[in-house]
Design a protein around this ligand. Structure first.
Ligand code: ZN
Length: 463
């Protein structure tokens, strides 16, 4: 498996810390609002990567945090109002109830698009002691300082700051000159909070060595990733928007705490742009996965739609393109049913297709190419149908499209349909084309696709 590593800016072979085992951490959802399909593209990337690694025979342990501590409305400057407090005010529920409601919605939405459950979903609120401990360690190691109940990370104490994002201190300093608001307690404007003193109106607050407060935005991922995956692990994923400051600060915290490199590869997914998209039944101003189901689109088709663009590239959401993907997925399932079932073994043509598919997936998740190979196989005249079936069902470990759904269901015509098919074949045999056409129209009215084959009339559900 080769992956584009944001840290080294190169496509590199994955070399696990521990033999065939991979530890992978993925930044998870904030659970005071619903996730939209743009967020889901990022979560799909971590699922795809995990499936691809498992397809290659790795044993993957995946951890994804649940951010149930509120953070500020202005995440860049850590100012404004706390988002969890805002949700509590809006919905009349307690912070815990808000977190439960949106965690469940997140799990339902990810399940609908075939995202596998990860192994651990640690909640930030259940790991406050670990965050306090890491903060104390950073103070001891000379990377952090406390002022009036708030603890800041001293970015100048970490010379490698900026290595992930390219936002080195020189560059940041130039930017800060224009900024009006600077927290006067900070030694340097680039410093960020590890622990914050709670204001009088703050709902979620905990005791700490520095008084009552709450954790900063970034510390949970350092504390929880190292708790569950150890002080050296393989892969960290997230959206490009998290590279700075979230992941840059995470590196400063984790490496400042343990004094060595923690994560080998950083993998970031591009945005799904939703601008100027109006969907008939979207929930307010965001598009949720449930909105797609209401339009008759199989949520799993969203996977296929995202696979059409390389994961690092930005892509635009388009309802038409999604509908086209939906038709392709449904046709593929129908073809699988027509191919019958798996073969005993694979011939050389089929093996060549398999090799090409695996190579595309292992090449930094080149899914657009993998889909080209899939469609080439489906229309190939050189591979017997049962071998096509075997290949596509094994590739579905990566694709996650439930390709065997129709084959499992085994669609059978009703008695009425079977009688109409018999009537049409009889009419055609008698060259009574008027009756044959009338029966065809009737079958079409029943939602069926009607095909003329050398063996007579064949029907299947129309997509
Ligand atoms: Zn994170």
């Amino acid at each position: 498996m080769r992956l584009n590593n944001t840290l080294t800016r190169r496509v590199e072979e994955v070399v696990p810390v521990d033999d065939r085992k991979i530890g992978m951490y993925s930044c998870g959802p904030t659970v005071y609002r619903y996730v939209h399909i743009g967020n889901l593209r990022t979560f799909l990337l971590s699922d795809l990567l995990r499936r691809a690694l498992e397809f290659e025979g790795y044993e993957v342990t995946q951890v994804m945090n649940i951010t149930d501590v509120g953070h500020m409305t202005d995440e860049a400057s850590d100012s404004g109002r706390d988002k969890m407090d805002l949700a509590v005010a809006d919905e009349g529920l307690s912070p815990k109830e808000i977190a439960q409601k949106y965690t469940q919605a997140f799990l339902d939405d990810t399940e609908a698009i075939g995202i596998k459950r990860v192994h651990v979903y640690p909640k930030a609120t259940e790991h406050i002691p670990e965050m306090i401990e890491l903060t104390e360690r950073l103070i001891e190691n000379g990377h952090a300082y406390e002022v009036d109940g708030t603890v800041y990370y001293d970015v100048r104490s970490f010379p490698e700051y900026g290595k992930l994002s390219g936002n080195t201190l020189d560059k940041l300093r130039a930017g800060h000159r224009q900024e009006l608001e600077v927290d006067s307690n900070k030694r340097h404007p680039e410093d960020f909070a590890l622990w914050k003193k709670a204001g009088p109106n703050r709902l979620m607050r905990w005791d700490s060595p520095w008084g009552e407060g709450f954790p900063g935005w970034h510390i949970e991922c350092s504390a929880m990733s190292m708790k569950y995956l150890g002080e050296r692990f393989d892969i960290h994923t997230g959206g490009v928007d998290l590279i700075f400051p979230h992941h840059e600060d995470e590196i400063a915290q984790s490496e400042g705490g343990v004094r060595h490199e923690v994560i080998s590869a950083w993998v970031h997914g591009g945005f799904l742009r939703l601008k100027e998209q109006k969907m008939a039944k979207s929930s307010g101003n965001i598009i949720r996965i449930g909105d797609l189901a209401a339009l008759g689109i199989d949520p799993l088709s969203f996977r296929y739609f995202t696979f059409e663009t390389r994961y690092r590239k930005e892509m635009d959401f388009s309802e038409d393109a999604l509908r086209a993907a939906d038709t392709t997925v449904k046709r593929l399932r129908q073809r699988m049913a027509e191919w019958g079932g798996p073969a005993e073994g694979l011939g050389s043509e089929a093996k060549a297709f398999d090799g090409r598919f695996r190579e595309a997936v292992a090449d930094d998740l080149d899914m657009p190419q993998a889909l080209v190979i899939l469609n080439e196989l489906a229309s190939s005249r050189n591979v017997p149908d049962p071998e096509k079936y075997s290949l596509v069902s094994s590739w579905d470990q990566v694709l996650g499209l439930d390709v065997e759904r129709d084959a499992r269901a085994g669609w059978q015509p009703s008695d009425e349909v079977a009688a109409l098919v018999g009537e049409r074949d009889a009419a055609r045999a008698n060259k009574d084309f008027a009756t044959a056409d009338r029966v065809r129209d009737r079958l079409q009215e029943l939602g069926l696709e009607v095909m003329d084959t050398p063996e007579g009339t064949r029907v299947r559900p129309r997509i």
